[in-house]
Design a protein around this ligand. Structure first.
Ligand SMILES: Nc1ncnc2c1ncn2[C@@H]1O[C@H](COP(=O)(O)OP(=O)(O)OP(=O)(O)O)[C@@H](O)[C@H]1O
Ligand SMILES: [Mg+2]
Length: 245
């Protein structure tokens, strides 16, 4: 079963082609990476999938059924490139509760989801803290926890490791791995292949609005070099993880 399927997606802004006939699918439970140069179209692609930007052509299916923008807004979660900027609540737990409350869930269910998300992200002892007082890594985890609490079908993350120090990168990475183990379907857009690629099963490489390469991460990771994505020269696939050093 495909959790997500993109068919012939194109996007033109001001007569410039931003996405050019992009097609791919993600199996349920996949942990996929998407890499590519600055301006390749990765963020715009995620925005189209989420339903924030209307593509000029193409279709998006969730669980093998064509899903309109409204449905995708509900079923697809997107952690933005600057997710930390969007946290405005009085406390971490209130911030995480915001999404489930807006879904109209009752108090008991909201509480259950907030506690589950706090524990999955290792934020239990920060629940009452003001988001403004969190570190960069903790804020990123808070943003991801808010998404998990909505129990989405597909989780898209745009540059989840950007600006994080070594321990925070590991924390966010462990959280993504545990989401993967719980069966979530995950697509991570990142330039930092050497930090996490070893944990992914699928790799997509975007360039100039086109999906240029797709396949098993372990089979095609060397092709990243052709697209200016850094991986250490002699690294084997298993080496592409900060958790293993
Ligand atoms: N509103 C807009 N108007 C015009 N061009 C836009 C607009 N939004 C995005 N673009 C262009 O679309 C292209 C793709 O942008 P996008 O943000 O998707 O790239 P990206 O692959 O995420 O890059 P990065 O790695 O730097 O985050 C860029 O050339 C960008 O300038
Ligand atoms: Mg981007």
């Amino acid at each position: 079963m495909n959790a997500l399927q993109i068919e012939n997606l194109s996007l033109v802004i001001n007569r410039r082609t931003i996405l050019d006939d992009v097609s791919f699918s993600l199996e349920k439970g996949a942990f996929a990476a998407m890499c590519g140069r600055n301006g390749a179209g990765k963020s715009q692609l995620l925005r189209c999938i989420k339903g924030l930007v209307k593509p000029d052509s193409g279709e998006i299916l969730i669980d093998n059924v064509v899903a309109d923008a409204r449905t995708r807004m509900k079923k697809v979660a997107l952690v933005f490139q600057n997710a930390d900027m969007q946290i405005v609540s009085q406390s971490v737990e209130k911030d995480i509760a915001f999404g489930p409350e807006n879904m109209g869930l009752d108090d008991i269910e909201v509480r259950r989801r907030v506690e589950g998300a706090l524990s999955l992200m290792g934020l239990e002892d920060k629940a009452k803290q003001r988001p403004q007082s969190l570190s960069g890594g903790e804020l990123r985890k808070c943003a991801i926890a808010g998404i998990i609490a909505m129990e989405p079908d597909v989780i898209l993350l745009d540059e989840p490791f950007a600006n994080l120090d070594y321990p925070s990168t590991l924390t966010v990475m462990r959280a993504l791995i545990s989401l993967h183990e719980k069966g979530y379907t995950i697509l991570v857009v990142s330039h930092e292949a050497e930090k996490f690629l070893a944990h992914t099963d699928t790799l997509f490489i975007m360039d100039n609005g086109k999906l240029k390469e797709q396949g098993r991460s372990s089979d095609i990771f060397r092709r990243l070099i052709d697209y200016d994505v850094y991986i250490p020269e002699k690294a084997g696939f298993e080496d592409l993880s900060w958790l293993k050093h």
